[in-house]
Design a protein. Sequence first.
Lengths: 112, 113
Amino acid sequence: ELKVEQNPLFLSMQEGKNYTIYCNYSTTSDRLYWYRQDPGKSLESLFVLLSNGAVKQEGRLMASLDTKARLSTLHITAAVHDLSATYFCAVLVGAGSYQLTFGKGTKLSVIP
Amino acid sequence: DAGITQSPRYKITETGRQVTLMCHQTWSHSYMFWYRQDLGHGLRLIYYSAAADITDKGEVPDGYVVSRSKTENFPLTLESATRSQTSVYFCASSGGWPDTEAFFGQGTRLTVV
């Protein structure tokens, strides 16, 4: 059974600071996805990481994937209040599968 | 409107009743999914579909039924609602799964009393 662990689960950070959210998973997979969810809202796709070593950046967010370590990171640079949300990583269960297993999410609060 | 829409947005139903949640997408995406989101469990896949008339079970399919007679619609039916099915339900679609992102609907908050 694939397990996906995010840490931290809660993160309070000051505006302007940098931080990293970690996503570890327990079995081999080469597809990892990051989503953002605002309170009471839907999920918004941030990144799709398709191979080992993949790195993608959008604005103040950068995601990377190390399939050998079974680890993805979401790095936040110079945080702003608008980044406050819950961030989920999700991992494809296995080759030929269509199923995602989600982490429990990291609730990020960016404070002035 | 273009995109993926769910209806209703909110629903209260009684235990034992049948209820259907609707999902409609305008992109002609092949892949569609139903997830439920619960505190402490995160998002879990209920059912998915790779194309019209092709559906398969996800992680938590018991008590749910799906159909997909048309590419754009993927309704989820709770045959006999139970309180444990109180949740927020999200539908999603993707044109190039798993190599491209899945787009999520706005969700349906279902309460079973």
